[in-house]
Design a protein around this ligand. Structure first.
Ligand code: ADP
Ligand code: MG
Length: 278
């Protein structure tokens, strides 16, 4: 509740076009130029993106907001090389990837991008460790190194001791942390997360945002998170709002929240209604 209050006040005070947070010399890693995406299903055409241009610099932390159906996931799929634009150019790390074949896109994706989804997308019959090893099998990393890196990634998200648990033996928050660890093992420079806290309670959501903030701060990872929750967006550095397949607003976050501080504050308070997620 206190948070919402802060949000409302921030919203009022926001100076929309203040763009001084990122140093000018930092590299553009994601460059979208006049992107259109038209889905064709039978006779029906859906114009999901209508001329989206966006630059994201190395080390930025961007929250994508907007109502359902406004094109957020479509844009994330293009940024993540899961899909191609119908028109327009996409330059990733200086390379035009708009026209690449499926295999080449898969290759780039595997090396440079880590994905986190709302539904975790873990394999249910395999352990946390094996889930994290999987992307490295595709990347051709030798077995002993796979295990080592997967262990390291699980530890970095606070899951030491849970390596051999299957997803159904983990809470929602722990499953999402496995998914974050899995996104990290190929050492991507970009993390893309589509509603990563959509299935989590508020405390667990802050835990996930703490990991993202830490990766952004310590490893200079570029992070793009889709969320419909204003208080989750408040952990990012910049907010981009979509409407009807276009960017409607783009502003730097004022009074950014620090997830680490929030967790410490929560730990200091007696736990009230704590459901299944720890
Ligand atoms: P958001 O993530 O903001 O909710 P989406 O990007 O998923 O929005 O969808 C944008 C529009 O494109 C919606 O009208 C949706 O129904 C349509 N759409 C998304 N994916 C497909 C698809 N694979 N085939 C056809 N239409 C799609
Ligand atoms: Mg979506």
């Amino acid at each position: 509740m206190g948070l919402e209050q802060v949000m409302i006040e921030t919203e009022v005070q926001v100076k929309p076009e203040k763009k001084t947070v990122e140093p000018v010399e930092s590299r553009v890693v994601i460059q979208l130029e006049h992107i259109h995406k038209i889905y064709q299903t039978g006779d029906i055409e859906v114009h999901a993106l209508r001329g989206v241009s966006l630059n994201v610099h190395e080390g930025e932390f961007v929250a994508i907001m907007g109502t359902s159906g406004s094109g957020k996931s479509t844009m994330m799929n293009i940024i993540g090389c899961l899909d191609r634009p119908t028109r327009g150019r996409y330059i990733l790390d200086g390379e035009d990837v708009s026209e690449l074949s499926k295999d080449d896109r898969a290759d780039i994706r595997n090396k440079r991008i880590g994905f986190v989804f709302q539904g975790f997308n873990l394999l249910s019959r395999t352990s946390a460790l094996e889930n994290c090893e999987l992307p490295m099998i595709y990347a051709g990393i030798p077995a002993h190194e796979r295990t080592e890196r997967a262990m390291e990634a699980l530890h970095s998200v606070g899951l030491q001791g849970r390596e051999y648990n299957h997803p159904n033996q983990l809470s929602g928050g722990q499953q999402q942390r496995v998914a974050v660890a899995r996104a990290l093992v190929n050492r991507p420079s970009i993390i893309l997360a589509d509603e990563p806290t959509g299935n989590l309670d508020s405390r667990t959501s802050v835990e996930v945002m703490e990991i993202f903030q830490r990766l952004n701060r310590e490893k200079k990872m570029t992070i793009v998170v889709v969320t419909h929750e204003p208080d989750i967006a408040q952990y990012s550095k910049r907010v981009v709002v979509f409407k009807d397949g276009k960017i409607k607003r783009d502003y730097q976050v004022q009074d950014r929240l620090d997830a680490r501080e929030q967790l410490e504050a929560m730990a200091a308070q007696p736990q009230e209604e704590d459901d299944d997620d720890e």
